[in-house]
Design a protein around this ligand. Structure first.
Ligand code: PEP
Ligand code: MG
Length: 547
C-alpha cells in the first residue's frame, strides 16, 4: 500500500481500478516542405475544423456544467483566433518553409512559456489551455483524433495533468475520480471537477505516474487529499464504508428539504448560501437555502475584460434577486486586491497586498467605480429583498463615506427617474479585528453584520491565509477569534442589528452550537453544505448544558 498526498479539489471518495490517461497525439517532426502556400492552406483548414470542434464542446459543457464553466471553450476559440498566435505560425511557415504542425507546435511552446513566466497565477494556468488548443489543431492537421482514451468501465483517471477539453470530453458515468500529478486549484480542470461533483485530487507529485499501472486498485479520498495505491483489505473496506456513509448521508439530507432550521429547544437560525456568480443560483435553489448570505460581486469584475457597466451589473444583480423571491440576497460590494487582482484596475504592486489598498479602501479611492456599482445595486433592489454589505471596514469614518456614496447613488437614480426599493438593508463585514473591537460604534450605523472569519482569522492571528505553511499556526478556533465574534454579536444585538457569519467557519459543524449560543442569527455556507448544517442545527438542544 502506498499513499500519495495531494490537494483535494472536491470532497468525495471513490475506490476502483485505475486508468492511466494516455494521449495518442503524434510526435511533431520538423519538415522543410518548400511549399508555404500549401502549408498555410492546411493550417487554415485545420484551425477551422478545431474551432468547429470547440464549438461542439462548448455546447456539451453548457448542458453538463453550465455557462460559466463552458466559457473555457470560448476562450480556446479566442486563443485559436488570436492574432499574435496566428501571425507567429504564418511567419514561421513563410520564413522557414516548415510544415504547419511544426509551426503550431513551436508557437504553442513559446506561448505556453510566456504564460508560465507571468506572475499572475490565473495567467500561468492558461499555459495548459494554449497547449490544449494547439494540440487540437495539430490533431486536425494529422487527422489523429484519438486524444483521450474512452473507458469501458468506471475508473479512477490518473494523469500528469488534465486539459479542460479532456475533462469535459470524458463520459462522466465512466469517471470515478480524477487524480493528477500537477495542476493548480485555480485551473479550469479543478473548477470543472468541482462542478461535476467528481472526487478529485491534484498535485500528488510526478512520482505516482511511474508507480501506477492500468488496472491497479486505488482509493481517491477527496476528503483527505490522499491517493492510496494498492490499498490493503482493511483500508479498502473502510473506504467503501466511508463511501456508503456519504451516499446514505446525502440521501438522508434530501429529506431535510423544506424543513426549518430550528434546534430542539426552538432556537431558529437562517441558513443562507454563498455564491460567486449568477450561475451558482441553480445550486442554491437545489440546496434549499433561505437566502444568499454572500454574493462575492468581485467575481463579476474578475470575469470581465473591462469595468462592467451599470447596465451589465444591474442585469446580473436583478437576476439573482428575482431567483430568490422570498429570501434575502446580500451582495457584497467589490472586494478586490490581495489575492483577487483585476488587470484593468491597474493597481500598483504592493509589498503586503493583504494589508494594502483592497476592498472598500480601493472603492473609496475610486468613488466613480464604486458609485457605478451602488447605482446598479439600488436599481436591482426593485427585484427582491436586497442587502448591501461593505468589506474590510475598519472605522466609522470609512463606513460613513460608504453611506454617503449610497445616498449620492440614490439621488442620482431619483434624478434619472430610476426606481429602487426603499428598504435596502445595509451591512458591513466584520473581518478586521478593528471592526470587531469597535463594533459598538459601528453597529448603530447598520442593519446587520456579517462576520468574515477567513480574513478575521488571518488578521487576528497574523497568518497569511494564502500561505499553506502557516496552516498549523492558524487555529481557526483560537479564543481570540471567538471572543471577537462574540463581542461583535453582542454589540450588534444591543443596537438592534442582526448578525451572520459568511466565512468558512460558518460551515464548521463543531462550532455551530457555540455560534448559536452566542446568538448568531444567520450562517452562510456553500450551497452543498446547507443541508448538512440544517441537520446539525436540528440535532442541537441549547437548553441542555453546553458540551
Ligand atoms: C471572509 O473573509 O471570511 C470572507 C467571507 O470574504 P473572502 O473570503 O471573500 O475574503
Ligand atoms: Mg474577506
Amino acid at each position: 500500500m502506498i499513499t500519495f498526498q495531494g490537494k483535494s479539489v472536491y470532497g468525495a471518495i471513490a475506490s476502483g481500478k485505475i486508468a492511466l490517461l494516455t494521449r495518442t497525439r503524434p510526435e511533431v517532426k520538423r519538415d522543410k516542405t518548400g511549399n508555404p502556400p500549401k502549408e498555410l492552406a492546411r493550417f487554415a483548414a485545420a484551425k477551422d475544423k478545431a474551432i468547429l470542434e470547440l464549438r461542439a464542446l462548448y455546447e456539451k459543457a453548457l448542458k453538463e456544467v453550465g455557462e460559466a464553466n463552458a466559457k473555457i471553450f470560448e476562450i480556446h476559440i479566442m486563443m485559436a483566433e488570436d492574432e499574435d498566435f496566428n501571425e507567429s505560425i504564418t511567419d514561421m511557415i513563410l520564413s522557414q518553409e516548415v510544415n504547419a504542425e511544426y509551426a503550431v507546435s513551436i508557437t504553442s511552446d513559446n506561448f505556453a512559456r510566456m504564460f508560465t513566466a507571468m506572475e499572475d497565477s490565473y495567467m500561468q494556468a492558461r499555459a495548459a489551455d494554449i497547449r490544449d488548443v494547439s494540440g487540437r489543431i495539430i490533431a486536425c492537421l494529422t487527422d489523429n483524433h484519438s486524444g483521450v482514451t474512452a473507458f469501458r468501465d468506471p475508473v479512477i483517471i490518473c494523469a500528469d495533468d488534465l486539459a479542460p477539453s479532456e475533462t469535459v470530453s470524458l463520459d462522466k458515468s465512466k469517471v470515478l475520480a480524477f487524480v493528477t500529478a500537477h495542476g493548480s486549484y485555480n485551473s479550469h480542470t479543478a473548477i470543472l471537477a468541482r462542478n461535476m461533483s467528481i472526487p478529485a485530487i491534484i498535485g500528488v507529485g510526478e512520482e505516482f505516474l511511474s508507480v501506477i499501472k492500468n488496472g491497479d486498485t486505488a482509493i481517491a479520498d477527496g476528503f483527505t487529499g490522499q491517493f492510496i495505491l494498492h490499498p490493503d483489505k482493511k483500508t479498502l473496506q473502510s473506504a467503501k464504508e466511508k463511501q456508503a456513509v456519504e451516499a446514505e448521508k446525502k440521501e438522508l439530507l434530501q429529506k431535510l428539504k423544506g424543513k426549518e432550521n430550528i434546534t430542539k429547544d426552538g432556537t431558529r437560525v437562517h441558513i443562507y448560501a454563498n455564491i460567486g456568480s449568477v450561475d451558482d443560483i441553480g445550486a442554491v435553489l437545489l440546496s434549499d437555502a433561505d437566502g444568499i448570505g454572500l454574493f462575492r460581486s468581485e467575481f463579476l469584475y474578475m470575469g470581465s475584460k473591462d469595468y462592467p457597466s451599470e447596465e451589465e451589473q444591474c442585469k446580473v444583480y436583478s437576476r439573482v434577486l428575482e431567483s430568490m423571491p422570498s429570501g434575502r440576497v446580500i451582495i457584497r460590494t467589490l472586494d478586490i486586491g490581495a489575492d483577487k487582482q483585476v488587470d484593468y484596475f491597474r493597481m500598483e504592486k504592493e509589498e503586503n497586498p493583504a494589508l494594502g489598498l483592497r476592498a472598500v479602501r480601493l472603492c473609496l479611492s475610486r468613488p466613480e467605480i464604486f458609485k457605478t456599482q451602488l447605482r446598479a445595486l439600488y436599481r436591482a433592489s426593485a427585484f427582491g429583498k436586497l442587502g448591501i454589505m461593505f468589506p474590510m471596514i475598519t472605522s466609522p469614518s470609512e463606513l460613513s463615506a460608504c453611506l454617503a456614496l449610497c445616498e449620492q447613488a440614490k439621488r442620482e437614480l431619483t434624478l434619472a427617474g430610476k426606481k429602487y426599493a426603499p428598504d435596502v438593508e445595509i451591512g458591513i463585514m466584520i473581518e478586521t479585528p478593528a471592526a470587531a473591537i469597535i463594533s459598538d460604534r459601528l453597529a448603530p450605523m447598520v442593519d446587520f453584520f456579517s462576520i468574515g472569519t477567513n480574513d478575521l482569522t488571518q488578521y487576528t492571528l497574523a497568518c497569511d491565509r494564502q500561505n499553506p505553511r502557516l496552516e498549523k499556526f492558524c487555529d481557526t478556533h483560537h479564543e481570540a477569534v471567538l471572543r471577537l465574534i462574540r463581542a461583535a454579536t453582542e454589540n450588534a444585538h444591543r443596537a438592534g442589528a442582526w448578525v451572520g457569519i459568511c466565512g468558512e467557519l460558518a460551515a464548521d459543524l463543531s462550532l455551530t452550537e457555540t455560534f448559536l449560543r452566542m446568538g448568531i442569527d444567520e450562517l452562510s455556507v456553500s450551497p452543498s453544505f446547507v443541508l448538512k448544517l440544517r441537520e446539525r442545527v436540528r440535532g442541537l438542544d441549547l437548553s441542555a448544558y453546553p458540551q
